[in-house]
Design a protein around this ligand. Structure first.
Ligand SMILES: Nc1ncnc2c1ncn2[C@@H]1O[C@H](COP(=O)(O)OP(=O)(O)OP(=O)(O)O)[C@@H](O)[C@H]1O
Ligand SMILES: [Mg+2]
Length: 253
């Protein structure tokens, strides 16, 4: 075994993670810098995490792991990678949001702020009755939230399920209306990849979501509506009027 693998194995052992096949070693190697190990440690010690499992997904900025939280409840652990994430893309979504005026400009500072932003966005959405994963806590670059799925199987994306088209579309619009008029945020990266289906549609991935006062909020909302209606039209829904959808979602605000 080379030195790099031995190092990763030692890190995994320190966190009591038994997940050593060669694919996941690579994933863990990208995620586990010293600061992230300390953060996971603290979350373990405080009882927010009971066990860390395998990766559900590796994206551009974050890796999402399966885990067990307090009372062995299933959780999703989203870890933003400090060294290997594309953090330059985060800035336009942070600048212009009054909640994050004083952000530190270091790489880790931006990523920590981003993680906290996703936690706050999920919290606001959830408080407004939008179906999103319930956030549990966030610390540095780690966000813990409700696991969508059951018995270790994550829910599929809407693009991969047979669903009642009209009913699901309608539910998404109702969620977006609550998000805009209640939580007062715009998702800003809505697509068939960021909506899961578990008995109903569930919006995920809100790191980039912005308050409706953000200078680009309206153009982000139009983009969201276009992505969504294009997907549902490809699936067979007809006569989607984007202007009507915009008016319904913003509710005259
Ligand atoms: N709470 C959750 N429960 C179950 N699965 C989840 C949860 N959150 C995220 N996932 C899975 O992990 C994937 C990536 O999560 P998310 O979209 O939040 O991160 P991301 O950084 O945007 O990744 P990408 O760059 O691939 O879009 C999701 O598409 C989904 O399959
Ligand atoms: Mg995503």
């Amino acid at each position: 075994m080379d030195i790099k693998n031995r190092e990763i194995d030692e890190k995994l052992a320190r966190l009591r993670i038994r997940d050593k096949d060669s694919d996941s070693r690579k994933i863990w190697g990208d995620v586990l810098d010293e600061r992230t190990i300390l953060t996971l440690y603290r979350l373990l010690k405080r009882g927010f995490i009971e066990a860390i499992g395998g990766a559900i997904s590796t994206g551009k900025e974050a890796t999402v792991f399966y885990g067990l939280g307090e009372d062995a409840r299933e959780i999703a652990i989203k870890i933003y990678r400090i060294e290997t994430s594309d953090f330059r893309e985060m800035e336009p979504y942070l600048a212009g949001d009054p909640r994050f005026d004083n952000i530190k400009r270091s790489r880790s500072g931006i990523i920590y702020t981003w993680t906290q932003k996703e936690y706050k966005n999920l919290k606001r959405a959830s408080n407004a009755g939008v179906r999103v994963p319930e956030p549990i806590t966030s610390m540095n670059n780690v966000l813990l939230m409700e696991f969508i799925g059951e018995e270790e199987v994550p829910a599929p994306h809407i693009k991969d399920v047979d669903m009642a088209l009209e009913e699901t579309f309608e539910k998404i619009i109702v969620n977006l209306r609550k998000l805009y008029t209640g939580a007062r945020i715009v998702h800003a990266d809505l697509s068939e990849y960021n909506i899961l289906y578990h008995h109903q549609p569930i919006l995920i991935d809100m790191g980039q979501s912005v308050t409706i006062s953000h200078p680009n909020a309206t153009s982000f909302l139009w983009r969201d509506i276009k992505n969504l209606s294009k997907f549902f039209e490809r699936r067979g829904l007809e006569d989607l009027n984007e202007k009507d959808l915009f008016n319904r979602i913003t509710g005259g605000l």
